[in-house]
Design a protein around this ligand. Structure first.
Ligand code: GTP
Ligand code: ZN
Length: 188
């Protein structure tokens, strides 16, 4: 586990403020480096988490049909620009051999992977792979939809544009009808 270096972030933020021509000692900014460091500790706390650790809670429930938790809200930080991207994650899986996890654990896994510098594609596949590796289900489908601030407040400036990514594992790869069923539930 890597140490979170609060003092280093404070120094860096002070330097950024100086570099943009601000006065870091003026009243409104004097506590800003400290606030930003505290915020980074919160939004990057997933760096010390493994999404798989949340799937340790396993119930021996004989349900080999779809489990879908949809509309899990998340915030993450784009690793290219360190600005937020945010949206919803939807996670569906078909358990095998009684390996069912707690519903909240799916949302906890999303928290673990989103609270670090990220790419939307990696969030999507890391959640899917964590489920596959721990619960060994018949199939997993993860859909993530997000708005990227780096595409809205700067650069190409396209507010409202949405990026949708999916990761499909197991029987959902071949079974188009099963996949379509999940996507219908997600849309509905
Ligand atoms: N694939 C992927 N790309 C992302 C994600 N978040 C941001 N990006 C893109 O990362 C790219 C970085 O492109 P660069 O050309 O290196 O950086 P840039 O000059 O700031 O790019 P522009 O945003 O086009 O101004 C941009 O196209 C972003 O839209 C993500 O989650 N997944
Ligand atoms: Zn970006």
């Amino acid at each position: 586990m890597k140490e979170f270096d609060q003092a280093k972030i404070e120094q860096a933020v002070t330097m950024i403020l100086e570099a943009i021509g601000e006065d870091p000692s003026r009243e409104g900014l004097v506590d800003t480096p400290k606030r930003v460091a505290k915020m980074y500790q919160e939004v990057f706390q997933g760096l010390n988490q493994d999404p798989k650790e949340h799937f340790a809670t396993i119930f021996g429930e004989d349900h080999e049909e779809l489990v879908l938790v949809k509309d899990i809200p998340f915030y993450s930080m784009c690793e290219h620009h360190l600005v937020p991207f945010f949206g919803k994650a939807h996670i569906g899986y078909i358990p095998r051999g009684g390996k069912v996890t707690g519903l909240s654990k799916l949302a906890r896994a999303v928290e673990a992977v989103t609270r670090r510098p990220q790419l939307q594609e990696r969030i999507t596949s890391d959640v899917a792979d964590a489920l596959v590796e721990t619960l060994e289900p018949h199939g997993v489908i993860v859909v993530v939809e997000a708005e990227h601030m780096c595409m809205t407040m700067r650069g190409v400036k396209k507010p409202g544009s949405k990026t949708i990514t999916s990761a499909v594992r197991g029987i959902f790869v071949k079974d188009a009808a099963a996949r379509a069923e999940v996507l219908t539930f997600i849309r509905g």
